[in-house]
Design a protein around this ligand. Sequence first.
Ligand SMILES: O=CC(=O)O
Length: 328
Amino acid sequence: MSGKQLSVVVTRRLPEVVETRLKELFDVELREDDTPMTTEQLAEAMGRADVLVCTITDQIDAKLLGRAGDQLKLIANFGAGVDHIDVATARQRGIHVSNTPGVVTEDTADMVMALILGVTRRMAEGFRVAQSDSWGGWAPTAMLGGRIKGRRLGILGMGRIGQAVARRAAAFGMQVHYHNRKRLRPEIEAELDATYWESLDQMVARVDILSINCPHTPSTFHLMNARRLKLMKPEAVIVNTSRGEVIDENALTRMLRAGEIAGAGLDVFERGHEINPRLQALPNAILLPHMGSATLEGRIEMGEKVIVNIKTFADGHRPPDLVVPAML
Ligand SMILES: O=CC(=O)O
């Protein structure tokens, strides 16, 4: 099938160069305003598209997939995480799901370092002081944070992003520890100079900074539950650029308020963009609006990946970034 015969519906505005390329290649319907589609609009789109290009703001659950037309053959997600898509049900219905791995790695790892430094060096507090008229000038005892050189970093989830974080952390003189479902190959572990912990409990109890870099799946939901959070040292910091659901956010908020965990850098939240006001009120938490992978370069590369996945599929081949339930 040629690309022009494929009807492609895109659920969100994408960078202009990506939209232009999609128009050149496919019979594409682009979104006019930059808001997520309603469930009804999404269902209608799935009733007429051969290919749906969606994002994390679209909940593609079993109910919605049940309303998809027979012509829908590919859901090409613009993003790496696919926890908003019921991949198993899609597969049962013969609908392929693809994503955009790899291209978000470096930008997200940069944001992990920004959050580690931001929290340990109290950048949000400093920013607020400098913006106000209350700053009385430099003082030997003011705004004292902690040095990250020599600190133990625990990486939960040592996939592409976790490994990119490890490389950066090593350059900052941190000691890298990790927990992963599968241990890395010895040569990669040696190259990263990373210490493997089979027991997540034991690792979280020993690290100064914990970075969450695993995807959200049924087995990682609340992996950092109240019991595990309590194992962390009171002076430790937790950083999450993955998915909010991996941490029990209420438990974390309580512990941050009580000083049982020193600080947090969070780019993602358990209830999407509805941030817990008690978390917003905390001076020891830096909160960001899910912008870990938000660079123009990254977004364009994500668009290129989406296009390659659709094009390969249109040419009758398996999309290179096919997501299969066994991967999750
Ligand atoms: O969070 C961003 C992504 O999943 O790509």
